[in-house]
Design a protein around this ligand. Structure first.
Ligand code: M6R
Length: 613
């Protein structure tokens, strides 16, 4: 949940650490801190609140050290406060640690350390780590150059749970040791300087060359070297990966907020998702997949498992796969799937969708399906993310870094990728006629231009947002795949405007929710499937009769109706219409949040990636 940055080099560490933290605030923003080795001692500075509060601390600008670690926190154990902020030190102030993740056995470790005379000053699970390192360090009688490394290794062997940690020590002032397990961590390589981060954008302005660390790999970073060790402290080599994201794409690029920037990036992010996978007149091409006709024919079902917005993308994907491939698809919420003892086996293909690739429930759900013999396919936006190391196959959305907590471009790229995947499977299976597939390919290739048209036509949407931004409740209605978009529109609104909203399959209205419709309530309808137009219109009429204010998003020529606002979007195949119809809903949520004066990019209580249960 939190963000980690580290630096070992020749320049002052503090400005680099703060700069990195500011880029990672979307991962956690209830407190921030840093530690450096200053004149032979550890200097730790931390404060509650945003990184700007850390920057304001007296003396922070006087730190001259060229090595340091830093952290921005999203509280799990212990309330947001300066004491609970990272870094944490051991009692002797020899080791400083920052940590992402959760140490599940911290109570046990704490009791053990207390029994050995250690005292704890915070309510965090993290504080056990520097003290454990100290415990092992002080008992190691071999006083060679590897003593620090051995102590970190021994401490990690005692930890249960997930972690990405950085450790520095005043006894070893030229090196930083880092380890990850089920939590992201990368090392950025420079000239006479190296960087560490939980997320690439934090250090992208400094380098494009990265080591993507593996679970349980101990890494020792000095200014001119990076060494990797396994648990037996055997050293090994690792290839550098060049990440082509440019630093600017990780910045706001002139937009007021990351969310707005990311919404407007969608024509381009979708072009990137399509890449060379889909061309007219050719079969779709996935270099990394090798599903045979025989394997796909033998499948009983496909499971799509994900959380939040990614799960909503899965619902749209289900419709496309079932229609084109004639394979039943079940969509499940990862936190439900993992505890339901799901009926999956070698005749089930399990697809996991996750923007970050770090969502704890989704990763656990994948591990479960794997243990039951089913093949697993991860769809992620982050190259080398944890889920892609676990999955049998991984494909990437290539949507570029998504910084705003509310997911927008990742969703549309996920749906596009699922559509291309469905076409690919249908081609292997020969399950749909060529003309249907070719028409869908044309529609997918036209999406960037059509999204551009939606983004050019925002005046009515802004006006409607201004009318309704003070409301307390709203409803979203749709049928078929429009219902899937209604779910996503409702989630977006809740997340960033804090307005309560519900999404219903329009046909369900009469079965209960219509009791909530009264004079002045806002109802948003999505109508893009020509076969269902009349049905949804009649549901909308029912709410108008009861005094509702209405906004309709449609690609159909609607008959004369009494809707207050109609947002017209370009026509496309109903299978992929959510990619266009979701955009006005993303923007509606955005404008409402802005009118309310809220922090769009960092909504309260939410973090970008949910790396704990
Ligand atoms: O990184 P993931 O795609 O696995 O994240 C899943 C959800 O946490 C995420 O989509 C969440 O619902 C977003 N805040 C939605 O805007």
């Amino acid at each position: 949940m939190c963000g980690i940055v580290g630096y070992v080099g020749e320049n002052r560490a503090t400005p680099i650490l703060i700069n990195g933290l500011l880029k990672l605030e979307y991962r956690g923003y209830d407190s921030a801190g840093l530690a450096v080795v200053e004149n032979g001692n550890l200097a730790v500075m931390k404060n509650k609140g945003r990184v700007s509060n850390l920057e304001e601390l007296d003396g922070i600008n006087n730190l001259t050290s060229t090595i340091g670690i830093a952290h921005t926190r999203w509280a799990t154990h212990g309330r947001p406060s300066a004491e609970n902020a990272h870094p944490h030190m051991d009692n002797s102030k020899t080791f400083a640690v920052v940590h992402n993740g959760i140490i599940e056995n911290y109570n046990e470790l704490k009791d053990f350390l207390i029994s050995k005379g250690y005292t704890f000053y915070s309510q965090t699970d993290t504080e056990t780590i520097p003290n454990l390192i100290h415990y092992y360090f002080s008992r190691d009688e071999k006083d060679d150059g590897d003593k620090f490394l051995r102590a970190v290794r021994s401490a990690c062997n005692d930890l249960k749970g997930s972690y990405a940690i950085e450790v520095i020590s005043n006894l070893s002032p030229n090196e930083c040791i880092v380890v990850r397990k089920d939590s992201p961590l990368v090392v950025g390589v420079g000239t006479n300087e190296n960087y560490i981060a939980s997320d690439i954008p934090a250090i992208l302005p400094f380098t494009k060359n990265f080591y993507l660390l593996d679970d349980n790999e101990l890494t020792v970073i000095k200014k001119d070297s990076v060494f990797f060790y396994d648990n037996s402290l055997e050293q090994h080599n690792k290839a550098i990966k060049n990440i082509e994201w440019d630093a600017l794409s990780a910045e706001k690029d002139g937009y007021e907020d990351y969310m707005l920037k990311e919404i407007f990036e969608q024509p381009n992010s979708i072009r990137e998702t399509i890449g060379s996978r889909l061309k007219l007149g050719e079969e779709c091409n996935f270099d990394d997949l090798e599903f045979s006709k025989e394997y796909l024919e033998n499948l009983n079902k496909i499971y799509i498992v994900a959380c939040g917005t990614a799960m909503h993308a899965g619902l749209v994907g289900k419709n496309i796969i079932e229609k084109l491939c004639k394979i039943p698809v079940t969509v499940d919420i990862a936190s439900e799937f993992r505890y339901r003892d799901p009926l999956v086996d070698e005749k089930t293909l399990c697809i996991y969708i996750t923007q970050s690739g770090e969502t704890a429930d989704t990763i656990a759900a994948l591990k479960l399906a794997k243990s039951k013999g089913s093949k697993t396919l991860a769809i992620s936006n982050v190259i080398g993310s944890s889920i892609t190391r676990e999955a049998d196959y991984s494909i990437y959305t290539h949507a570029g870094p998504e910084i705003a907590v509310a997911s927008t471009k990742a969703y549309t790229s996920q749906v596009v990728l699922l559509a291309i995947l469905a076409i690919h499977f249908a081609e292997i299976l020969e399950a749909s006629d060529k003309e249907t597939l070719e028409n869908l390919k044309t529609d997918i290739l036209d999406l960037p231009t059509k999204i551009g048209a939606v983004l050019d036509n925002l005046d009515d949407l802004k006006e409607f947002a201004k009318k309704i931004y003070t409301e307390k409740d709203m409803f979203f209605l749709g049928r078929g795949t429009d219902y899937n978009v209604a779910l996503e529109g409702s989630l977006k609104l809740k997340e960033i405007s804090y307005i309560h909203s519900e999404a219903y399959a329009a046909g369900e209205l009469k079965h209960g929710p219509i009791a909530l419709i009264e004079n002045g309530v806002t109802v948003i309808g999505i109508i893009t499937d020509s076969k269902l137009v009349e049905k949804t219109i009649s549901n909308m009429q029912e709410v108008i009769t009861r005094g509702a204010k209405t906004l309709v998003i449609t690609n159909q020529n609607l008959p004369n109706t009494h809707f207050d606002y109609v947002i017209d979007i370009p026509n496309t195949s109903s299978l992929i219409s959510p990619i266009l119809s979701v955009i006005p809903l993303q923007l509606l949520a955005y404008y409402i949040s802005k009118y309310k004066g809220l922090d769009v990019d960092k909504p309260r209580n939410l973090a970008k990636s949910v790396t704990v249960e």
